[in-house]
Design a protein around this ligand. Structure first.
Ligand code: BGC
Length: 257
């Protein structure tokens, strides 16, 4: 496409499918080399790797469960040892669990918070430590959700994790700005990805959701990836501490009739 990310190396967590895969491929098309992180779908990671390489970029796949701090450190180490540097981090890996508040188990709560929040927290820490040691600037892009702000009944642990990610980005924009590191969130609405597979299989739930979306359809992963390229590129160099919503108008929906 072009070379807006030429010479850069990016880690994209959860890039074996969905939004993460799309961002990894778009970054490669813009000239970046990519660390493809996956937890349990090596075949998806392999598919991403083929697409990244077809775009002419280098790729490595690394199995890492971001909820384990040691795994997050390894992701950053692999980027530096195999690709020589690491300038961009996309905290995309995320999970959600549908349960009424009174039924949420401790195990499910821990899983959601550990992947969505703790994972992004400690991976960002490992990423920043290497940037400061190398004295180079960097970009952190968190894929949060419209639910960093908007209610999501029956997904309270998920909404808590994304709300916390909102504050993490604001705090880190201030703390890391002096180091030349920008921190921003992208808040997708309903995007056609595997995280929505049960919703997509339930026509009445899907129709109810679509009725709330002014554009009348789900988003495509590529429609999120374009914004990630902006935030990672020179075009986004003065942008920090904000959340960018990509939701077809969902958050602003209001009807009198
Ligand atoms: C969730 C989806 C949901 C969408 C819109 C996303 O963050 O992952 O399950 O459909 O928000 O509510």
């Amino acid at each position: 496409m072009s070379d807006r990310l030429k010479g850069k190396v990016a880690i994209v967590t959860g890039s074996s499918s969905g939004i993460g895969q799309s961002i990894a491929v778009r970054f490669a098309q813009e000239g970046a080399d990519v660390v493809i992180d996956y937890r349990s779908h090596p075949e998806g990671a392999d598919d991403t790797r083929k697409q990244v390489e077809a775009a002419g970029a280098r790729a490595i796949t690394v199995q890492a469960d971001v909820s384990r701090v040691g795994d997050t450190q390894n992701l950053v180490d692999q980027a530096w040892s195999q690709l020589g540097r690491c300038d961009i981090l996309v905290n995309n890996a995320g999970v959600e669990k549908n349960a009424a508040f009174v039924d949420v188990t401790e195990a499910d709560y821990d899983m959601v918070l550990d992947v969505n929040l703790k994972g992004a927290f400690f991976l960002t820490q490992a990423f920043v430590r290497r940037l400061t040691a190398a004295k180079i600037p960097g970009r952190v892009i968190n894929i949060s959700s419209v639910h960093e702000d908007m209610v999501f009944p029956n997904f309270t642990s998920y909404a808590c994790s994304k709300g916390a990610m909102r504050m993490m980005a604001r705090n880190l924009a201030v703390e890391l700005g002096p180091l030349g590191i920008t921190v921003n969130n992208i808040a997708p609405g309903a995007i056609n990805t595997p995280i929505n597979s049960s919703l997509l299989a339930d026509k009445s739930k899907l129709d109810a959701l679509l009725a709330n979306i002014p554009l009348g359809r789900l988003g495509k992963p590529e429609e999120v990836a374009g914004l990630a390229v902006f935030l990672a590129s020179d075009d986004g160099s003065y942008t920090s501490g904000s959340t960018y919503v990509v939701d077809g108008g969902l958050m602003r929906n209001y009807h009198e009739q």
